[in-house]
Design a protein around this ligand. Structure first.
Ligand SMILES: NC(=O)c1ccc[n+]([C@@H]2O[C@H](COP(=O)([O-])OP(=O)(O)OC[C@H]3O[C@@H](n4cnc5c(N)ncnc54)[C@H](O)[C@@H]3O)[C@@H](O)[C@H]2O)c1
Length: 257
């Protein structure tokens, strides 16, 4: 998939995991990429590996920092065509009854309020684009209930409401808004999730992994590069009639646990 040459793309939490795969895919497709992340060293590494990418250190939980970061991104890119709202933290593994209220707040602050803040700051700039596009990273946990992960599931369902509402607000400005809903993705994060589930269930990590795979038609976890390719497609002209949609990429998973 080829991004229009020079397409200007901002990716939140773009230094690691799925965000990094998305940053590299857009850059490889000919886009100009600005990535923000809380991890300065990982951003240094991204810049070293992907010449031309610009970066900002930013905690998505810090409203003022996020607003300043969007201005930095727009200055570095010379405008904005695509916003990829990738940042999202996993939060704790605990039942609602046992949930730490501060942990609940922390997940909402990054996953929901952070996404709102960066999007609100970006809208005026996206309106200046000939083909604006917003991509929101939801999850399989935004389609199903997710026992012991209530703040995460709640935010990922909330992002669907945000996506569908934004799509209707921004369509008249030629800005499309879609959500990607990945299932279990290969990498260290999913290992931590399985470890959390194992300590809650008393089963082994290997048993939790096998149970997750039993739950999907395609018997492997999703490659971050597959999600990145979907993001590049959704931001491209080939997807110009697609907006307000929730697109699962999860090997046909039948539940979130
Ligand atoms: N990995 C999965 O299995 C999976 C599945 C479905 C959805 N998702 C979603 O995809 C997105 C990316 O997930 P991932 O697995 O790549 O994440 P990750 O845990 O690998 O982290 C990616 C990046 O987020 C950065 N980050 C963490 N907290 C931040 C903050 N407060 N401000 C700015 N940056 C911060 C980290 O430094 C890291 O570089 C998230 O929204 C996640 O919910 C992931």
């Amino acid at each position: 998939m080829t991004a229009p040459n020079g397409q200007r793309v901002l990716i939140t939490a773009g230094a690691g995991g799925i965000g990094r795969a998305i940053a590299m895919a857009f850059a490889a497709a000919g886009a100009r990429v600005h990535a923000c992340d809380i991890d300065a060293a990982a951003l240094d590494d991204l810049r070293a590996q992907t010449p031309g990418v610009t970066t900002s250190v930013c905690d998505m939980a810090d409203r003022r920092a996020v607003q300043g970061m969007v201005e930095e991104a727009v200055a570095a890119l010379g405008g904005l065509d695509v916003l990829v709202n990738n940042a999202g933290i996993a939060g704790p593994t605990a039942s609602v009854a046992d949930m730490d209220p501060d942990a609940w707040d922390a997940v909402l602050r990054v996953n929901l309020t952070g996404t709102f803040t960066v999007t609100q700051a970006a809208i005026a700039h996206l309106k200046g684009s000939a083909a604006g596009s917003i991509i929101v990273m939801s999850s399989l946990a935004g389609r199903f209930g997710y026992p012991n992960r209530s703040p995460y599931a709640t935010t990922k369902w909330g992002l669907i409401g945000f996506t569908k509402t934004l799509s209707r607000e921004l369509g008249e400005f030629g800005i499309r808004v879609n959500a990607i809903l990945p299932g279990a993705v290969n990498g260290p994060r999913i290992q931590r999730v399985f470890e959390g589930r194992a300590s809650a269930s008393g089963r082994s990590v290997a048993q939790e992994e096998a149970a997750a795979l039993a739950n999907q038609s395609i018997k492997r976890f999703v490659d971050p590069a597959d999600i990145a390719a979907l993001a590049v497609f959704l931001a491209s002209d080939a997807a110009r009639s697609i907006s307000g949609q929730m697109i699962p990429i999860d090997g046909d998973s039948q539940s979130a646990s």
